[in-house]
Write a protein of this length. Structure first.
Length: 271
């Protein structure tokens, strides 16, 4: 989901959609400054400041990661004293006045931003269990098209990559989230299926707002070479064939940047 925040009406939409990020927490804050070279004076001159804030929060039975990128920033305050933690949010406050947006991300105003406009980007997924999975063992894709991949399409892609798998539909003890379309496990064909076998859980779900689809891959059991390879193959094939946005941990990645991001991070982990 993407939305541009320019007006008071846009700001009201943001607060309603996110619930003010109630009980969320800030996972990342980045600031960048642009400077342009002025040939007449021979000096670099300021050309704008951008601040991005990534927030993880829960709402309506879903886990959400939102990135708010604010441009034309004229006032930016980030002050975290010893013993304080401005990353934990209650409900953010925001206002639109004289053509400017103002955000107070905590009651003390330790994270405060004034800007011209903000770009909102979010990836969300149903909460699937009461215990946490390792972030690197989960990959989520928010597709922009109405139709997403089918189970047979996933199996075909793994066959083509030389890693054939067996599909087993999942039966939940309790009621599934209402947005879930289908769910099941992919197990390498050379392994027996069963609860004690490492596998990749696949969940297809409807978006919580707007059109498109959601797809989540989770590694069940230990992250051995084969199951990690299943996630890697499917992530690459999905991003090549569908428009959308990826989520790893709290990092939002456009689909066309996925393979570059994966290669860069694989090299970093090997150093």
């Amino acid at each position: 989901m993407q939305h541009t925040i320019k007006t008071g009406e846009d700001l009201r939409w943001l607060i309603v959609h996110t619930g003010g990020f109630r009980s969320g927490y800030v996972t990342d804050v980045q600031m960048s400054k642009r400077r342009l070279f002025d040939e007449e004076s021979g000096r670099d001159i300021p050309a704008g400041t951008t601040v991005s804030v990534t927030i993880r929060y829960q709402a309506h039975g879903s886990i959400r990661v939102a990135k708010l990128t604010m441009t034309g920033v004229t006032d930016f305050s980030l002050l975290e004293q010893e013993g304080a933690d401005c990353s934990s949010l209650d409900v953010i406050q925001a206002e639109y006045s004289a053509g400017r947006l103002r955000f107070w991300f905590d009651p003390q105003g330790e994270l405060y931003i004034v800007c011209d406009e903000a770009h909102f980007q979010e990836v969300s997924a149903p909460i699937v269990s009461s215990h946490l999975f390792a972030d690197l063992a989960r990959w989520t894709f928010q597709g922009h098209t109405a139709d997403g991949p089918t189970v047979q399409w996933l199996l075909d892609q793994l066959d083509k990559a030389g890693l054939p798998c067996v599909w087993t539909s999942t039966t939940r003890d309790g009621a599934a989230h209402p947005t879930v379309t289908w769910e099941g496990d992919l197990t390498p064909a050379d392994r027996p299926t069963g609860h004690n076998t490492n596998a990749v859980r696949v969940m297809m779900y409807k978006p919580l707002a707007g059109d498109g689809f959601g797809l989540m891959l989770r590694i069940l059991g230990s992250q051995d070479r084969q199951v990690c390879r299943i996630v890697e193959i499917l992530a690459c094939r999905i991003t090549r064939n569908f428009e959308g946005t990826c989520l790893v941990g709290t990092t939002i990645i456009p689909n066309h940047e996925w393979e570059t991001w994966m290669t860069r991070n694989s090299r970093a982990r090997s150093i």
